[in-house]
Structure formats: C-alpha cells, structure tokens
Design a binder for this molecule. Sequence first.
Ligand code: HEC
Length: 113
Amino acid sequence: MEVSQRTAAALAAVAVLTVALVATARAADEPNAQAQIDHGKATYAEKCSHCHGPGMMNSGTITPDLRAFPDDRTRFVTTVKNGKNNKMPPWGDILSEDEITDLWAYVSSRRRP
Ligand code: HEC
C-alpha cells in the first residue's frame, strides 16, 4: 500500500512536470521571436541605421526604405551578405548567420502593409 501510494504520487508528479514542460515550450515560441526582433534591432542600430535611418525611418537619401522591402528572405540575406551596386556594403564577413536572421526578424516586424 505504502509503495503503491508513493508510486502514484511519483507518477502524478511526472504528469504535472510534463504538462508544465509542454506549456513552457509552447510559450517560448513568442518571447523567442521577440528576442530575435530585439537583437536584430540592436544590430540594426549599430550597423545599418546611419545609412537606412534610425528605426528604419528613411532619411530620404539614396537608401531604400526597408519597411517597404518585400517579404523575400532570400533577397534580403543575399543583399546583406554581398552588398549591392557598390553602395550597400557587404556584411558577409562581419555578421553571423544568426545576426542576419535576427535582422530579418526585425525588418519583417516593421514591414508596412
Ligand atoms: C554605407 C551605407 C549603408 C549601410 C551601412 C547599410 N546599407 Fe543597406 N543599402 C545601402 C544602399 C545605398 C542601398 C541601395 C543599393 C542599391 O539598390 O543600389 C541599400 C540597400 C539595402 C537593401 C535592399 C536591397 C535590395 O535587394 O533591394 C537591404 C535589404 C539593405 N540595404 C539592408 C541593410 C542592412 C540589414 C544593413 C545593416 C547590416 C545595411 N543595409 C547597411 C546603404 C547601406
């Protein structure tokens, strides 16, 4: 009796833990996306804002407004890595894959409909 009660208690504890873990994993989806956006925003402020404008508010110079950039991740990654027309500098040697992914999360979050 004693043993089976303990076993039942242990099983109950495992069940509670499992539910808690699943809930945590689900909840992590959103904050994780937010963390990527925040990190991308910081990288942008440091590396891109002097040309593309603080907060992507374009200063009306030769840079395109990134809020109007299409939902085209491949084009974004290619341009950021290789640069464009000798005006947009290449970042392939400077930024990591993760940093570029987070930049994309930030740019996507600011896209104008
Ligand atoms: C030295 C100024 C400068 C900096 C710094 C800069 N850019 Fe640019 N960027 C440009 C210019 C100029 C263009 C327009 C190039 C063209 O179309 O001829 C451009 C274009 C782009 C485009 C559009 C490319 C396309 O395919 O239409 C993207 C996306 C972009 N930049 C992202 C970034 C990101 C992200 C950063 C920071 C890592 C950054 N840029 C830093 C000057 C800059």
